[in-house]
Each structure stands twice: as C-alpha cells, then as structure tokens.
Design a protein around this ligand. Structure first.
Ligand code: HEC
Ligand code: HEC
Ligand code: HEC
Length: 122
C-alpha cells in the first residue's frame, strides 16, 4: 500500500463517499445503546433557586415508576435529557411534570403529599 499512493487514495475516497449514511447509522446505533445502558433509575431534579426552601429535599423523578411510557413520550419534547431547573409555577402552567400531573393523566401536584416527589418531606 505504502508504495502505491494511488490505491490508498481510492480507498479513502470510497469511504468518504459512504460516510453520510454510515455515520448516521453508526451514531444512531451508538446513541441508542448508550442511552439504554446509561439512563438512571432515579434522577434528582435541580432546584432553580437554591435559596428557596433549602430545607425541602429536592424532587426525585423515577424512570421505573414511569416505565409504562415510551421514552419518546417524554424525550426530547417534554424533557430534553439535560437537567432542567423548573418550578411549581411552570408545572401549574402544564409544563414538565405538569403535562401529566394535572389530575387527568396522573395525580395533580397541588394537594399531593409533598413527600411523594420531595422524598423525605411530609
Ligand atoms: C414520564 C417521562 C419520562 C419517560 C417516559 C422517560 N424519561 Fe428519561 N427523564 C425524564 C426526566 C424528568 C428526566 C430528568 C430531567 C432531564 O434530564 O431531562 C430524565 C432524564 C433522562 C436521562 C438523563 C439523565 C441525566 O442524568 O441527565 C436519560 C439518559 C434518560 N432520561 C433516558 C430515558 C430512556 C432511555 C427512557 C425510555 C426507556 C426514558 N428516559 C423515559 C423523564 C422521562
Ligand atoms: C407522560 C406523563 C407523565 C409525566 C411527564 C410525569 N409523570 Fe409521574 N406519573 C405518571 C403516571 C401515569 C403515574 C401513575 C398514575 C398516578 O399515580 O396517578 C405517575 C406517577 C408518579 C409518581 C407516583 C409514584 C408512586 O410511588 O406511585 C410520582 C412521585 C411521579 N409520578 C412524579 C413525577 C415527576 C416528579 C415528574 C416530572 C419530573 C413526573 N412524574 C412526570 C405520568 C407522568
Ligand atoms: C408531582 C411531584 C411534586 C409534588 C407532589 C410536589 N412537588 Fe415541589 N417540586 C417538584 C419538582 C419536580 C420541583 C423542581 C425540583 C426541585 O426544586 O426540587 C419542585 C420544586 C419545589 C420548590 C422549589 C421551586 C418552587 O416552585 O418554588 C418548592 C418550594 C416546592 N417544590 C414545594 C413543594 C411542596 C410544599 C409540596 C407539597 C405541598 C410539593 N412541592 C409537592 C415536584 C413536586
């Protein structure tokens, strides 16, 4: 190969031509495998303003409890898989957890026991 640069060049060009669909397929495969292997059972949601109610434990989200839903039900439209800091006001407006926890699809947030989400709280 080394003494035949022309042959090597041809190989490179061929690979490059194939690159678009090959890269797309490989990365799709790689990302779905990575997600399936890496998604956490429980996610600790960040507080938007850490100074607000510091004594209240952070809310937790359990993938296990929500396992009857397909990943696409929530990702990426409702939750982009990057930790978001949102508030009850956002949820009351029907966003994030409030999309389902509105007394329709699932129990409403207001009036629920705080500790069902803020584990350890009453
Ligand atoms: C009922 C909604 C819901 C469903 C269904 C759901 N997720 Fe999530 N997922 C969340 C929430 C909420 C978070 C935390 C906030 C965020 O990262 O967007 C999260 C976070 C993640 C994260 C990032 C975790 C981190 O530490 O940042 C991954 C990866 C993930 N989910 C994968 C999946 C996979 C794979 C499925 C399907 C098997 C799935 N999720 C189904 C709501 C859901
Ligand atoms: C796609 C709809 C959907 C979204 C989005 C969603 N949930 Fe749920 N959740 C449900 C359903 C359905 C149930 C089970 C029925 C019920 O308890 O009313 C449930 C149950 C729960 C439970 C009860 C667990 C138990 O022990 O019974 C908690 C806590 C909970 N969700 C927290 C959250 C939090 C926190 C978020 C946002 C980060 C969230 N959910 C987002 C649909 C959703
Ligand atoms: C269905 C789940 C759920 C229930 C039930 C719930 N919360 Fe939350 N709460 C959240 C999520 C998600 C966040 C955002 C993450 C965080 O700050 O811990 C949050 C954030 C907060 C915050 C900080 C942001 C803000 O809106 O000011 C306070 C304060 C709070 N909750 C108080 C309460 C109290 C008090 C109760 C009981 C009356 C309660 N929560 C019940 C899910 C819930």
């Amino acid at each position: 190969m080394k003494d035949r640069p022309g042959a090597r060049k041809a190989t490179v060009v061929k690979l490059h031509r194939r690159a678009p669909w090959r890269t797309a397929c490989l990365s799709l495969l790689a990302s779905s495998v990575a997600v399936a292997a890496a998604y956490p059972a429980i996610v600790r949601l960040p507080r938007r303003d850490p100074a607000r109610s510091p004594a209240l434990p952070p809310a937790l989200f359990s993938h296990h409890v929500h396992r009857d839903f397909m990943c696409l039900t929530c990702h990426p439209a409702t939750f982009p898989q990057a930790l978001l800091a949102f508030t009850h006001e956002d949820m009351r407006a029907g966003r994030y957890c409030g999309r389902c926890h509105d007394g329709g699809t699932a129990f409403p947030i207001e009036g629920a026991r705080c500790g069902s989400c803020h584990a350890g709280a009453r």
